[in-house]
Design a protein around this ligand. Structure first.
Ligand SMILES: Cc1cc2nc3c(=O)[nH]c(=O)nc-3n(C[C@H](O)[C@H](O)[C@H](O)COP(=O)(O)OP(=O)(O)OC[C@H]3O[C@@H](n4cnc5c(N)ncnc54)[C@H](O)[C@@H]3O)c2cc1C
Length: 387
């Protein structure tokens, strides 16, 4: 495909893309099928990604980060997702969700303690917002932290926490109670070896098979009072801000999946014969490919533009939601059509497109469902009419 995105990319972006693309093809691609088949966490790949300095791409060099921008994170996630979504989501969740709140809302002391380890990959981060009865309705958080004698005593449960089983630190939301008074929802964090912290078994999932997803339980767990990011009542807003930025990264996963599906379909359409010609010669197949190419082009502009706006300090609530909504639904559409173009072989593991199809579905659900993205977008556009 013609690369018309150089309006967003500088020399460093292009070099990064080349490096991550080569690495992904050489190191991640050969492992992707086995990771999916055996649901294995890509531990060795994560070590190699850390060695390349890609576990803390957008965080300040002062705290061991890559000192790059959000567009660089998008580029890296997109390239990894083109070959192995499980690995890409591990890096994405670790960076945007499991490390981001420290970088964005941590005190100097908290940043000094956690960001260098998170950025060099010696520690993995996770982010627990969702609870059994608080998903889209995340404000319904039931986890409770009672502040007493300089400690929080925490009780509750988080579900579907990506990276939880491999994490060194978990950031989570909790109601904060002090002197019997509800102080709002705060963002707390806990080191993985803390007494009273318990992990569920890995979830058996449709896709993202190599990504670690499980419940986290807090049973009278004690953490120091300073294990809070910001103030007791700012946690929920911080999480919403974290999720807004995270939507750009999840869009990058979507882009990678779209491109993987499209490239596989394009190749197959040029190889497979039926009725004495290549199936790509049939207009119904060629038009599917034309639609895919056009929609991917549109998706790239949405995602790169949202990252560009974020890097330039602009409000991205609407743009990030649009990028996430569009790329996640497109990833489902393109992988569905990619299977169709492969005929029966598309349904068979060896051809990979069914893996990308299974890995795509959760993008319409995680970090705010498509319904929630439409609520955010409609709110933003209607707000602009109310003057
Ligand atoms: C593999 C995986 C990884 C995940 N990783 C994480 C993680 O790392 N951290 C974390 O905190 N969470 C994580 N999640 C949770 C994910 O973000 C939630 O599943 C998601 O936000 C939806 O919440 P829910 O499952 O409770 O669905 P619900 O909120 O119960 O939604 C059910 C349906 O109702 C619709 N709905 C709900 N409210 C409205 C409304 N107001 N208007 C219209 N429709 C509505 C939804 O769109 C959806 O279709 C993960 C989930 C999975 C499956």
């Amino acid at each position: 495909m013609v690369d018309s995105h150089n309006i967003y990319f500088n020399e460093e972006h292009l070099l990064l893309r080349k490096m991550v693309r080569e690495f992904s093809n050489e190191e991640l691609k050969p492992l992707a099928q086995d990771i999916d088949k055996n649901s294995t966490f890509p531990k060795e790949s994560i070590k190699k990604i850390a060695d390349l300095g890609l576990m803390g791409i957008p965080w300040s060099e002062e705290y061991g980060g890559g000192g790059m921008d959000n567009l660089s994170l998008v580029i890296a996630i997109e390239e990894m997702a083109k070959v192995c979504v499980s690995t890409a989501v591990t890096v994405m969740a670790h960076t945007s969700l499991g490390s981001g709140p420290f970088a964005l809302f941590g005190s100097d002391k908290q940043k000094e303690k956690y960001l260098p380890k998170l950025s060099d990959g010696t520690m993995i981060g996770a982010f627990g917002l969702t609870e059994p009865n608080a998903g889209s309705d995340a404000g319904n958080t039931q986890t409770t932290a009672v502040l007493k004698d300089g400690k929080f005593i925490v009780n509750g449960q988080k579900v579907f926490c990506t990276n939880a089983g491999v994490a060194g630190v978990i950031i989570f939301t909790s109601k904060i109670v002090e002197d019997g008074e509800d102080k709002g929802i705060g963002a707390l964090y806990v080191d993985a070896n803390t007494k009273g912290l318990r992990f569920g078994e890995p979830e058996k999932k449709m896709g993202w098979k190599g990504s670690d997803t499980r419940s986290v339980y807090f049973d009278n767990m004690e953490i120091p009072a300073e294990h809070i990011l910001g103030k007791p009542d700012t946690g929920f807003k911080q999480f919403l801000k974290t999720l807004t930025g995270g939507r750009i990264s999840i869009s990058a996963l979507g882009l990678g999946i779209c491109e993987a599906g499209y490239q596989a379909a394009l190749k197959y359409a040029n190889e497979r014969d039926a009725f004495g010609r290549k199936i790509g010669d049939f207009q119904s197949i060629a038009f599917k490919l034309a639609d895919m190419a056009t929609q991917i082009e549109a998706a790239k502009h949405l995602v790169y533009h949202a990252a560009y706006l974020k890097d330039n300090g602009q409000d991205i609530i609407k743009e990030a939601a649009m990028a996430k909504l569009f790329t996640s639904e497109l990833a489902m559409n393109i992988t569905t059509e990619a299977i169709q173009i492969h005929g029966g072989y598309g349904y068979i593991r060896e051809y990979n497109v069914e893996r990308f199809f299974r890995d795509a579905k959760i993008l319409e659900i995680g970090e705010g469902t498509s319904e929630v993205q439409r609520i955010i977008i409609s709110r933003e556009i209607l707000k602009s009419l109310s003057y």
